[in-house]
Design a binder for this molecule. Structure first.
Ligand code: GUN
Length: 284
């Protein structure tokens, strides 16, 4: 059997077309959704990510501001910028690109962002809202994974989902979102004793570790849905995920590729969150 692909590029195009239409409607009411992206320092990967985020805003008709600051920026200076953006009524979403230079306390900066503009969903208020099922912004990568499951009409109720990885940005919120849809959820991590024993029981596997070949064909039940959040390079320097794609696709029922899977969905959900933030101001 060969798994069916869940195409993140195609799904992103669909969702972004919907975002564009809603942006147009909002603009007709005098509101242009605006995203501020703040980059501190010269991290090469971050530069690519922020460019893509700004481009996605342009493509969907949103306003965006890219602030680039030197790595020598102090924590106090960055907190002052966040305060200014909190007060800026043209900005509906604030994203401070991580990682930040070591002398800046990233959590402190995240907590300074108004929860109403926390389109990354990293603020503890957003995390608490997700945990309790209250309205709030969901972190974009796991939110994108949920949209991928929705796109194939997958019913999570009563299914066993195994999440590999427990980061605050992906693993933990992913587990909560799956739980909210009534899946039975197992979180595996670096101290898990027998990962294969866990994944073999899974109907859905989300691999979010940041290491190649964390999931191989012998670890997957026939027909399982496999979502690959990893972004790694193989020995030839080619982009690859956490999943041994060639092997696992022979066993799984559905699988996301890397590139062209979860990656594009992350930025798409950032657009959705920013739009929804602007729509909320309209309703106020
Ligand atoms: N660095 C890598 N991914 C992300 C993300 O989704 N948001 C932010 N703020 N920083 C990141």
């Amino acid at each position: 059997m060969t798994a069916q692909l869940i195409d993140g590029n195609a799904l992103s195009r669909q969702l972004r077309a919907d975002v564009t239409a809603r942006v147009t409607a909002l603009k007709a009411n005098g509101i242009t959704p605006g995203l501020a992206v703040v980059l501190v320092g010269e991290n090469a990967a971050s530069q690519v990510y922020v460019r893509n985020k700004v481009k996605a805003c342009e493509d969907t008709g949103m306003h965006s501001v890219l602030e680039r600051w030197p790595a020598t920026m102090t924590e106090a200076e960055l907190l002052a910028r966040v305060d200014a953006l909190n007060a800026d009524t043209t900005i509906h979403g604030i994203l401070v690109q991580l990682p930040l230079p070591a002398h800046i306390d990233a959590q402190k900066v995240i907590e300074a962002i108004s929860p109403a503009k926390d389109v990354d969903g990293f603020h503890i208020a957003s995390a608490g809202a997700l945990m309790t099922g209250m309205p709030g912004f969901w972190p974009c990568t796991p939110y994108g994974c949920m949209k991928m499951l929705e796109s194939i009409g997958y019913e999570l109720k009563g299914k066993h989902a195994v999440v590999i990885g427990r980061s605050n940005i992906v693993g933990k919120p992913m587990a909560l979102m799956l739980l909210q849809q009534n899946a039975t959820v197992t979180i595996c991590h670096s101290a898990t004793k027998d990962l294969k024993a866990m994944t073999l029981q899974a109907d859905v596997i989300v691999a979010a570790v940041g290491k190649r070949n964390v999931l191989t064909a012998d670890m997957v039940k026939a027909g399982a849905v496999v979502l690959d959040v990893g972004m790694n390079r193989n020995d030839e320097g080619k982009l690859c995920g956490d999943v041994d794609f060639e092997g696992v696709k022979q066993v799984a029922g559905w699988i996301t590729p890397v590139p062209g899977g979860v990656g594009p969905m992350t930025i798409t959900m950032l657009m959705v969150n920013t739009l929804e933030s602007a729509e909320r101001t309209e309703r106020r």
